[in-house]
Design a protein around this ligand. Structure first.
Ligand SMILES: Nc1ncnc2c1ncn2[C@@H]1O[C@H](COP(=O)(O)OP(=O)(O)OP(=O)(O)O)[C@@H](O)[C@H]1O
Ligand SMILES: [Mg+2]
Length: 260
């Protein structure tokens, strides 16, 4: 690891697509996030790492509007904004979040779950063939064998995870937040998820990826944010970093101050 510890601000030119200032989130006596400030630039694939309970999911849930902060503010392309709900951030800011705890309707099919709450219709009629076709396209893009008509109740945990990622891609949002998208997924399928992230990056999308799989983070991310006990301790460019360096920092170690 070199000494390019850029926490908390990144010096890159241009207005960040998203930035947060002084975010604090408490759950009763627990401070889940403590004074987090960060800039995310368009086209970044930002890895978010940290131990269990470090505040990673809380951070993404604030970005998606699923949770509200106790303190702090957000900017979108330089303008102050509120993140009041997932529907609002989706529609107004093009943010889509794939949650760690998957909420799906098991009695419905894959395509119905993909479009749940965002059904396509015209003249008051549901456009089922169109939705099934779009579902098939996005699943094919992810190289999975999952079929749009399969009932979700028959999918494995890993397959459900893939459907959740597919939902994140379906509407081609500009900013995709992924909370542990490869957690229960086999190695081969997890490579497909990583390829999907690289594809998003190639198309200029902004991605924030929480993962415990540090090799995956190093493989696809441009920058890495390290959370320790609710604090954003480091933001590193992904150049010449090793898994051992990340582990060291995740558990409260200090960055190297000279090269090596
Ligand atoms: N809804 C909630 N109510 C109470 N406490 C919560 C809630 N959500 C999170 N917390 C607490 O906030 C802290 C941060 O949790 P968070 O889920 O953000 O961590 P995480 O980094 O995503 O962990 P993991 O790697 O296990 O998913 C933890 O101490 C957790 O117990
Ligand atoms: Mg989490």
């Amino acid at each position: 690891m070199d000494a390019t510890d850029l926490s908390p601000q990144h010096p890159a030119a241009g207005v960040p697509v998203l930035s947060v200032q002084g975010l604090v989130k408490r759950f009763g006596a627990v401070t889940a996030l403590d004074d987090v400030s960060l800039e995310i630039h368009e086209g970044d694939v930002l890895g978010v790492v940290g131990d269990n309970g470090a505040g990673k999911s809380t951070f993404l849930s604030l970005l998606s509007g699923y949770l509200q902060p106790d303190e702090g503010s957000f900017r979108y392309r330089g303008k102050p904004v509120r993140m009041s709900s997932p529907a609002q951030t989706r529609q107004a800011l093009g943010i889509e979040m794939v949650y760690q705890d998957l909420a799906m309707a098991p009695d419905l099919t894959v395509w119905q779950n993909l479009f749940l709450g965002a059904e396509l219709g015209r003249y008051g009629m549901l456009r089922r063939p169109l939705m099934r076709r779009r579902a098939r396209d996005v699943l094919a893009r992810m190289k999975t064998k999952i079929e749009p008509d399969w009932p979700v109740s028959e999918l494995s945990g890993g397959e459900r995870q893939l459907v959740a990622v597919a939902r994140g891609l379906l509407f081609d949002r500009d900013i995709i937040l992924l909370d542990e998208p490869t957690a229960n997924v086999s190695a081969a399928k997890s490579d497909d998820v990583l390829d999907t992230i690289l594809d998003l990056h190639a198309r200029g999308k902004t991605v924030v990826l929480i993962s415990h799989r540090l090799e995956d983070v190093l493989a696809v991310c441009t920058r890495i944010a390290i959370f320790v006990n609710g604090r954003l301790e480091h933001v590193l460019d992904n150049t010449d970093i090793k898994v051992a360096d990340l582990v060291h920092l995740m558990f409260g170690g200090s960055p190297a101050t000279s090269t090596g």
